[in-house]
Design a protein around this ligand. Structure first.
Ligand code: GLN
Length: 355
């Protein structure tokens, strides 16, 4: 019998504006103001700097050193951890030995740096602003002690650990969109290392993002982006969202900011195929519950529109085998999702399998 521990996850879905770091930080603070208890606070990829920088020069003022730990993203993460005595994971643009990385840093409940992860598979936007690939390949997992006491006032006793993987957005896709779809590089690595907790900060694009519409010229893409921005992201909403429960597929409808993007959530699930109970998947029942937290952003940056739909889902390793490859498969439970245009916090108490 495996042991589980109940952990409260708070997934913060924001709309960071490039160049408005202070305002973005205030927004995160106000969203979290009513959160009085959490074990994990998770923020998106490049959560307070914005993502779609036009070139290297324009991201340079925002780069942070992990070791120094004084940049605005890491400082904010420490502030959150210190207040809530929780783990905080935040995406930020890193500079290390004069190389730029798209990174996510994990802060402990005592406000200290625990782990720094660098994005391994890059998206074209990362290359535009000069990011380098994580030189360490293979998506390594690590053992995370999940009892807060271990960080705040440790004793001699042994503490529960969770095998954990961090991935950032494009890490979930086939390498450069060129590798075979069925290599499932990230999820297979996590599966092979017996990960039970997978945390994924993202700036995932909406299927409606003008940037992906090959029929449009550069100018038309930007124009359409502006139209979306004005239509859907002029005003911001909902401090704490209740989230929704989602099962089954749903056609992409005209943009409804409070509705999630079902096709994106189903795609994420498919990218975790090794964890699905399916005739063609790996039938190794090493886990009862493997938990995935997808923390995405919303909004528009020039011609890119993001998909929101931040979700927490759990794979149930003991479910019977099914032919479904999305949320209809009974071995995946989508515990909560935010809307595709919603600014808010998804809070869920989750049973996580520990060692
Ligand atoms: N392929 C991802 C997407 O479509 C990559 C984006 C990213 O890495 N930020 O959104």
């Amino acid at each position: 019998m495996s042991r589980t521990t109940k952990l409260r996850f708070a997934c913060v879905q924001v709309n960071p504006r490039i160049g408005s770091v202070d305002a973005n930080i205030s927004k995160v603070r106000s969203l979290l103001k009513d959160v009085k208890e959490a074990d994990f606070v998770i923020l998106p990829e490049l959560a307070i700097t914005g993502y779609n920088f036009a070139n290297k020069a324009s991201i340079e003022p925002y780069l942070e050193e992990a070791e120094e730990g004084k940049g605005p993203s890491i400082t904010l993460a420490k502030e959150i951890s210190n207040r809530l005595k929780c783990f905080t994971l935040i995406g930020y643009p890193e500079i290390f030995q004069s190389k730029i990385y798209n990174s996510a840093i994990l802060i402990s409940p005592a406000g200290e740096v625990l782990y720094n992860y660098r994005k391994t598979f890059l998206y074209e936007t990362d290359e535009t602003w000069g990011a380098s690939e994580n030189p360490e390949k293979g998506f390594k997992s690590f053992n995370l002690v999940v009892d807060k006491e271990f960080y705040l006032s440790p004793s001699e006793k042994s503490y529960p650990t969770v095998k954990t993987n961090i991935g950032i957005c494009m890490d979930l896709n086939p390498y450069k969109f060129e590798a075979p779809f069925n290599d499932f590089e990230f999820s297979l690595a996590a599966f092979a290392q017996r990960s039970k907790l997978i945390l994924v900060p993202t700036a995932w694009l909406s299927p409606q993002s003008p940037s992906s519409n090959t029929l449009l010229s550069t100018e038309e893409k930007a124009k359409e982006g502006k139209a979306y921005e004005e239509l859907y992201f002029g005003e911001e909403n909902s401090p704490i969202s209740s989230g929704v429960q989602f099962k089954g597929s749903e056609a992409v409808k005209p943009f409804d900011p409070s509705g999630f993007d079902a096709s994106t959530i189903n795609y994420w699930i498919l990218r975790f195929f090794p964890f699905l109970r399916h005739p063609n998947s790996i039938q190794d029942k090493y886990f009862e519950k493997a938990t995935v937290v997808m923390c995405n952003r919303v909004g528009v940056e020039n011609d890119i529109m993001y998909a929101g739909s931040s979700s927490i889902f759990q794979f149930l390793g003991k479910e019977s085998i099914s032919n479904e490859i999305d949320s209809k498969n009974p071995s995946v439970n989508v515990i909560g999702s935010l809307g595709k245009g919603e600014v808010g916090v998804l809070i869920r108490d989750i049973d996580v399998e520990v060692d």
